[in-house]
Design a protein around this ligand. Sequence first.
Ligand code: BGC
Ligand code: ZN
Length: 373
Amino acid sequence: MKAFAVFPQARNYRVITDHPEPRIESAAQIKLRMLEVGICGTDKEIASFLYGDPPAGSDYLVLGHESLGEVVETGSEVSDIAKGDLVVFSVRRPCPHPYCVACRAGRQDFCYTGDFTERGIKGHHGYIAEYVVDDVRYANKVPADLRDIAVLVEPLTIAEKGVIQLWGVQQRLPWACPVDLGESGPPGWCHKALVLGAGPVGLLGAMKMVLEGFETYIYSRISGVQERVDIANAIGAKFIDSDKVGVDEMSKMIGNIDVVYEAVGATKLAFHVLEHLGTNAVFIFTGVPGHRESMSIETGTLLKAMVLKNQILYGTVNAGPQAFHNAIEDLAEFRSRWPDAIRSVITHRIPMESAGEAVSGDLEGIKNVISIS
Ligand code: BGC
Ligand code: ZN
């Protein structure tokens, strides 16, 4: 069958037509006809041969981890998912070690050993293929009426996992309104979230922050990305142009920054913003820097602020079942609140034959999607 594959040794990528069609081999598996697969920065890095590992014994890796498929066959023990259902598979598969308590508990997003695999990324073929088979426990069922946006479930799980942890860690204090509101907002709506970056992870993260009741700001460059500013406006987030407004000025505009949701992987920006993190606040890192970067920071001030302001910093990767569940629910909510904005996050749908343009970065836009069937 057809699949889109990256050959790291030969340093190329192309559609292959002889990838073996997978078959159901155990009673707990399901087979999907793939409908759509989203392309993200990780895919671009893999297609630049900076990241990603083919499965053992293969000279290529089938790309794609942001999936949406339709069930065409189910194993004999599968009861809660049926032919015709829409499914988004999770990405990460557990490591084999008995002592990895995270993987043994089905939380391979917290794997200790690093020996997990990730479909389309690390040691396991991905989803840009005509058919895919996997264990039903990695399947997340999606309502049929979300068909046109369900490919956004996986990138949204990044924010969902981040926010689950956010509410978890903030149980440490009476997290009502730590901010002197002044005239600046309706009563009760005083938590302020700052999203760094206006890519798909940033925009979906901003939608989630708005949904959670945060007064939400997006800090990114405006030039050339008017459609992203339109999305920010539509969801009620305030877009601050990073080309015109410096970090210090931006932080004065916002006031106490309760949460930073970092979605670019730009270290200089992140650590500069960290200097302006508010009291009792949380800094969530989701971006993976693509290259080495160094800077000098005033560590004394930073450390002092962390202690005297009770700050928490954490990174978050991949996602667990609850995050997928929440993403599916929230996508439906986004669509009912902001139908045009959520649809316009998907800027191009292109055939598998053109996937090369999406992974090389030649195709502009926010979220580009490969349409498979
Ligand atoms: C994916 C995650 C994955 C991470 C690191 C991201 O693009 O969305 O599922 O864990 O890359 O490989
Ligand atoms: Zn991704």
